[in-house]
Every structure is written in C-alpha cells, then in structure tokens.
Design a protein around this ligand. Structure first.
Ligand code: ATP
Length: 480
C-alpha cells in the first residue's frame, strides 16, 4: 500500500483522485494550496505526489527543487491542463516521473499510478539507486552527456517517448538503454521495423491472428504488441507506418487494448512505447502523411540525438571502442591506431553518423589484415577521396582570401588526393581529369594572385574558355 498526496485546488479533481487511489488500496490526502502542500511534505514521507501546475499561491513546479532535498522524495505525477502546453516540458526537465493531461480517463490515471507505485517498490528494494547501464553508449562530449542525463530521466517514466535524430545516430541503442534502465528491464524489448511492414501483413504482425483468419493462417499467432506486455515496444522508423495502420495503432496507444485479426475478443498489453524516426514528423503531420493525433500521443516525451559531426571529440573514443570490439570478435591481436587514422576520421562530416563510422573502421581492419598498426591508408579509398575533396572545397572557398601556393596544407591535400586516387584501382579518366583540372586552376589562381592576364598567358586558354571552366568548378578569380 502506498501513501499518496494530491496537491490541486480543484475539489472535483481531488475527490476523483482520492476515490480512485483508495480503490487501488492506497491512502490519500488532498491539499488545495502550495504552501500547505510544502508543509505536508516536510512532515510526512509520501510515495507518490499528484501535483497540479497552476495553484492559487504559485506554480506547482516550484516545489520540485525542495523535493530533491527530502530523504526519500516521492515520485511526482504532474497534473497539467491543455491551456498550459509548457507544463509538461518543464515537468520533464524538472525530473518528474510522469504527467497526466487533464481531463484524463480513470484507466489512464490508474495505469500511471500503478506504474509509479511499481517503480517505487523496485527502487526501494534497490536502496534507491538507479544504475545506468550505458556501457554501450560511448561518448564524453557535452552534447552526448546531456542526452545521457535525459536518458536517466526518461527511463524512470513509462510515458510514450519519441527519439529523433539522423540515421545512424544511435536511436535504437538509446531505446535499449532506456529499457535496460527501467523497471521493465526484466520483460521483453520488442523491436518493430515499421519500414519493413507490408500493408497487408501489418495488422497480423502487430496484433497477431487467429487460426483460419485468412488464407495461410494455419495457426494462432501472437502479435508483437502482446509480446511486449510488461516490457517496451520499440517502433523504429515510425514515419514509415502506413496511414491505415496509424489509426488502429492510435487506439492501442490510448487504451492499451487491441484485437487480433479474426478474433472477436479484446486483449490488453501493458507496454511502454518508444518510437524513433529520422523524418520530420511535424512536417508530415502538416502535409497529411502522418496523423496529428498519433504524433501528439507518441511525443509525450522527446529525446533528440546529436549528429556525429557536432561531436567530433567522440570520434577517437568510438574508433577505439569499435577497433577493440572487432579485434575481439574476429579473434585478432589488438591493433594500435596511428594518429593519421584518427585525423582523417575527424575531418569527414559523417552523414551516416556512427553506423557509417563503424562500417569504415571495419573495412580498414580488413584492409590492414595482420599488420599491427592501423594507418589512414587502410581506410576505404572512397572515404579518403571524400575527405580530400571536402578539404579542397573548404580551401578553395577560403582561397580567395588566404591560400598561397606555398601553403603546406594545399600541397598536403593534393598529395593525399593523389595517394588516395592511385592507392587501389585508378579512377575513371573523367573523374581524374575533372579533379586535376580543378587543382590546376586553383594553383594558377594562387600563384598569380588572381591576375587574369597572367593566368590566361600561362594556361593558353581563351578568356571564354577560362570563364566556363571556373564556372564548372565553382571557382572565382579574385585578386588579393
Ligand atoms: N553512442 C554510441 N556508442 C556506441 N555505439 C553506438 C552509439 N550510437 C550508435 N552506435 C552504433 O551505431 C550503429 C547505429 O546505431 P543505431 O542502429 O542505434 O542507429 P539509428 O539511429 O537507430 O539508425 P537508423 O535511423 O538508421 O535506424 C550501431 O552499430 C550502434 O551500435
């Protein structure tokens, strides 16, 4: 049995909550103001606190810092109204357990309350410590540290969660870590890849089917939603879920009730939903390709993962981790990583993020074979060319103001590009010609400091030909 405190100035809400709480076998105390609520919390230890945001003598959220000072702070469930859209966000940032939007169904409040009580009991059996199992989440940059802190917060709650981030940023890794750090960790973590669901089979895969429900349904089949009962249902790439399915899924989310294909009985499943996407769901909702009401439901809480290019400081850690992991997996002797290997990795902008980084490292390891050290030259040629091109682009942009022919960076990059081009199979004639044409022009512009007459004399090009080449390579001749 738990002890529940309700702080809300609305007598009707207090009454409803009190009777609901008591029906679940807990004791309840209602208080109508913030000041009296503070006093009650000082005097007595409560397990759960239902807290209204707008109170006659202040904002309910202001009480949160005081709670952290209590020896055994209660789990907080915020009661927030529709007119207070920031309430939920502030509440989550303040580290509360969950929030309920007023008015809410009795079922929804009961579910939230029961989860909070269950969490509380487990936590007490645990001395109150939550151990963050993030061994698989590598990174020490400030942006990843901030997301790890949020991970700890959202793992405490059972609210629906949307993880956003570019492809390969680790959305599934985070979803698993949240599950592993939650009270549901001993129950299944079920992954649904929405991109691979075909419209005809989607209902049966998610909700299951009865024997004979359709041609080919030779036996009863349990769906993924039921398999996630007690655990976490992870909907990967939710933006790909067919519109027809979004409607049925919304009902499951609201009521946690569903019907298997060909079955007249309803079944229940108590799962925590985590959805992930690299698409702009708000934009999709605006143009009608994603249901607004479903979006509103799934993004009760949100976690946004940073792209690798804004946390280049983590690249070394990730590379070390991956090399060690692969050496163990393939039973290879540990390899040392040369600094030029890291330097090259740090120069690339990684549109495919950590997945792309890991793939390239694996290819380098294969290329290195039994060699003890990993060098930049072991990295795939395509990557080295991309880095060289990227740098030349940067330099030629800057070149209008700063580069000189003696700039070691320019020479170094050219060398890198030629090494990269001829290290394995040579490029096509056209690629090679385009690249060398570009270097040639950049070199002339630098050498003659943008003096058009000298560039024309040396190159032997006609003025119109030179201009068309400059246009092709997006270069300009500017005197310094
Ligand atoms: N912080 C991290 N530490 C270690 N490995 C990571 C981290 N983040 C991602 N990875 C690894 O990167 C790869 C891609 O991760 P994951 O599949 O979770 O990305 P994703 O964002 O779900 O990708 P997609 O959008 O394409 O589904 C996996 O091999 C994963 O183990």
């Amino acid at each position: 049995m738990g002890e529940i405190l309700i702080i809300d100035d609305d007598p009707e809400i207090c009454e409803t909550l009190e009777s609901l709480v008591q029906r679940q076998g807990h004791s309840a105390l209602s208080i109508r103001s913030l000041t009296k609520g503070r006093a009650a919390l000082e005097k007595h230890c409560f397990d759960i606190l239902f807290l209204d945001v707008r109170l006659p003598d202040g904002n309910g959220l202001d009480i949160l810092p005081q709670l952290t000072l209590l020896p055994k702070p209660p789990e907080v469930i915020i009661l927030t109204g529709k007119g207070d859209p920031d309430g939920a966000e502030l509440a989550i940032k303040g580290g509360v357990w969950d929030y309920i939007l007023k008015p809410s169904s009795v079922k929804e409040i009961t579910l939230t309350l029961n989860r909070a009580i269950r969490y509380r009991q487990e936590k007490q059996g645990n001395n109150g410590d939550v151990i963050l199992a993030t061994k698989t989440i590598i990174g020490e940059s400030s942006s990843i540290k901030a997301v790890k802190r949020q991970l700890l917060q959202v793992a405490k709650s059972s609210s629906n969660l949307l993880i956003t981030g570019e492809t390969g940023t680790g959305k599934e890794v985070f979803a698993r870590a949240i599950h592993d750090n939650s009270v549901r960790k001993d129950h299944p973590f079920v992954v649904v890849d929405c991109a691979s669901l075909t419209e005809s089979l989607v209902e049966s895969i998610l909700f299951g089917h009865r024997k004979g429900a359709f041609t080919g349904a030779h036996q009863h089949q349990q769906g993924l939603v039921k398999q996630a009962d007690g655990g976490t249902l992870f909907l990967d790439e939710i933006g790909e879920m067919p519109l027809s399915m979004q409607k049925s899924f919304l009902r499951v989310l609201q009521e946690r009730v569903f019907r298997a294909v060909g079955d007249s009985r309803e079944q229940t499943s108590d799962f925590r939903l985590i959805a992930a996407t690299n698409r702009d769901l708000d934009g999709m909702a605006r143009d009608g390709s994603f249901r607004n009401d479903l979006l509103y439901r799934i993004k009760t809480m949100q976690l946004n993962l940073p792209p690798l290019r804004i946390r280049t400081g983590d690249i070394r850690l990730l590379a070390d981790y991956r090399v060690e992991q692969l050496c163990k997996r393939y039973d290879m002797a540990p390899k040392e990583i040369n600094s030029d290997f890291f330097e090259l990795l740090e120069k690339y902008n990684w549109p495919g993020n950590i997945r792309e980084l890991f793939n390239n490292i694996e290819r380098a390891l294969v290329a290195a074979g039994v060699e003890k050290q990993l060098y930049a030259m072991h990295l795939p040629r395509t990557l080295r060319i991309a880095v060289a091109k990227q740098q030349i682009e940067q330099l030629s942009d800057q070149g209008r103001e700063i580069t000189t022919d003696n700039d070691p960076a320019v020479r170094n990059i050219r060398q890198q590009l030629f090494d990269a081009l001829f290290h394995q199979s040579p490029p096509s004639m056209k690629t090679f010609r385009d690249l060398t044409e570009r270097f040639y022009l950049i070199t002339l512009i630098e050498r003659y400091n943008g003096n058009l007459t000298e560039i024309l004399n040396t190159s032997g090009l006609s003025r119109s030909h030179l201009y068309s080449l400059l246009k092709k390579h997006q270069l300009t001749v500017a005197q310094q």
